[in-house]
Design a protein around this ligand. Structure first.
Ligand code: SAM
Length: 161
């Protein structure tokens, strides 16, 4: 990357589009701060522990959990804690609209996930691509270790500013 930048700068200088001057002011001692690592990973911002439920939960109980914990995502796990689906407040609204009652009927079974070492840019791209705003973070055995939502991303941007 730095070679590319140097090459580009060289072209500008040769074309006379980037003028070099004497230094404007010296850089004082101790003014250099180490650059912050630009790569933020899922594990840096994910919410943990994650509230989960089993697939035999009723629709009413699931909606109560969402309200009680002030969350929009309820990952569904099997008896070994392995991720098998996800129910969101959007799914609950849809179930009510369509008169459906069974969690199995409304949960999304093909869950988009990420690993904790994935950069958040990749996670944001997945959210955009699949039109979702929450991604469970799993380990190699598909056990949930956290969740990243659009709220975590906006909190991060707010903090950076
Ligand atoms: N755009 C809205 C949002 O961000 O929540 C709602 C539309 S989105 C298509 C709603 C559907 O996405 C729901 O059926 C939900 O179960 C599903 N969904 C949410 N998160 C998911 C994820 N990580 N993997 C797969 N499906 C997911």
């Amino acid at each position: 990357m730095s070679r590319e930048v140097a090459e580009e700068l060289k072209k500008w200088i040769l074309r006379g589009e980037f003028l070099l001057t004497e230094r404007v002011s010296p850089i004082g001692k101790g003014e250099f701060k180490p650059m912050k690592s630009p790569v933020i990973l899922a594990k840096d911002i994910m919410t943990t522990p994650v509230i989960t439920a089993r697939k035999d939960i009723t629709l009413e109980k699931a909606s109560k959990i969402l309200v009680e914990y002030d969350i929009n995502y309820l990952p569904i796990v099997d008896e070994n804690g392995i991720l098998i689906g996800i129910v969101t407040s959007w799914d609950i609204a849809k179930a009510v609209a369509l008169g459906k009652k069974d969690i199995n009927e409304i949960m999304t079974k093909k869950v988009i996930t990420a690993y904790e070492d994935e950069p958040i840019e990749i996670i944001a791209k997945k959210m955009e691509k699949y039109d979702i705003s929450g991604i469970p973070i799993i380990d190699k055995n598909r056990r949930i270790v956290g969740i990243v939502t659009s709220e975590d991303l906006s909190r991060l941007i707010g903090r950076e500013k």
